[in-house]
Design a protein around this ligand. Sequence first.
Ligand code: GCO
Ligand code: MG
Length: 419
Amino acid sequence: MSAITIKDVRTILTSPGKGGVQKRLVVVKVITSDDGLYGLGCATFTQRHLAVHSVVQDFLKPLLIGRDVQRIEELWQLVHVNAYWRTGPVMNNALSGIDMALWDIKGKLAGMPVYQLLGGKCREAAAVYRHADGREPEQVEANVRKFIEQGYHYIRCQMGGYGGLAPHARAADPTTKLSAAGVRHRPENALPGAYYDPGAYARSVPRLFEHLRRTIGFEVELLHDVHERLVPIDAVQLAKQLEPFRLFFLEDLLPPEQIEWFATVRRQCCTPLAMGELFTNPNEWKPLIAGRLIDFIRCHISAIGGLTPARKLGTLADAFGIRTAWHGPGDVSPVGHAANVHLDVSSPNFGIQEWAGFSEIEQEIFPGCPELRQGYVYPNDKPGLGIDINESLAAKYPCPDGLIEWTQTRTPDGTQVYP
Ligand code: GCO
Ligand code: MG
């Protein structure tokens, strides 16, 4: 029997629902020589969507046409080393688009959902966490209670978004494009940016969790995302202060550039740590896993190159007693969310799945989205990833041009810091 080969590779760019530049989704479609057989993969790097598009169209398509679609590992290695320089979010996302599409195709050929190819279910569905926010602890509490009523068991709590500066609290400032409410001591001529005060933020978080545990108790699992907003020693102190509140995990306590500090955090407290959404290179996660310095690995699967490296990473983490919590924000396409869920239900060391939810229009564009019921998300049983795309509807929601502004994050003296 002659091999089924890759006949065409295309990217589909779409920005459905709310989100603008922050929801520019990139999906790769791999079309095969077998009539009607194709696969979809997520390649969403919302901040640099056109760069991913170019890598796929200009470099990967000519490289891949005519090759055997069944050889996922071989093709992954081929694309991974083809530019000589490896990894990085642009190249990994492009690679992920191909990789997930090949798993989708293999599932369709086998007549099985991808979770079966990965070893089959070891749980029926994946527990998810949602995001509660608010201006004051009481408001966060009210939002946590709403999620509990809807059947959620895990809730991430922020007060005023990342770094503690609520968008709704930002006063309009005529001198800057991005405003700076709550930060009153800027120097003259400070540049525009999303200002926040790390000290005020660090003080507010223990106050928030003290309130939540006192009013709601310890039955519900609570999480928090630091989003790299503290200098290392303040991060160590925050993890230690939060220890009595028994978080399910504390996320991105440190930036990837400062992972050596995790050893210090570990010596100080046993607050569970989750890390990885910004990782794009195995050298970033290897020391954390081998040193048992984190408790949850939560990479953005398309940013590390797709399902092929993610399942290996999950297995590596399992050997060290570390669980998975794959990144699941709004800037992952429904195809990427489906891939997350297939891996979640088939991984023995699954921990939790972040869940952003789909808008109605996203569900229309992507028939077969994983379904959420009572705090759990279920993959469907269709062959492959089980999700499709309505391309003509997707085309009605073109990606807007424009720069991402929230990443121009500044501390009170105007210094640009990690967003
Ligand atoms: C999360 C993340 C995201 C990122 C976003 C960047 O935990 O969900 O931190 O909200 O900020 O994916 O584009
Ligand atoms: Mg995060």
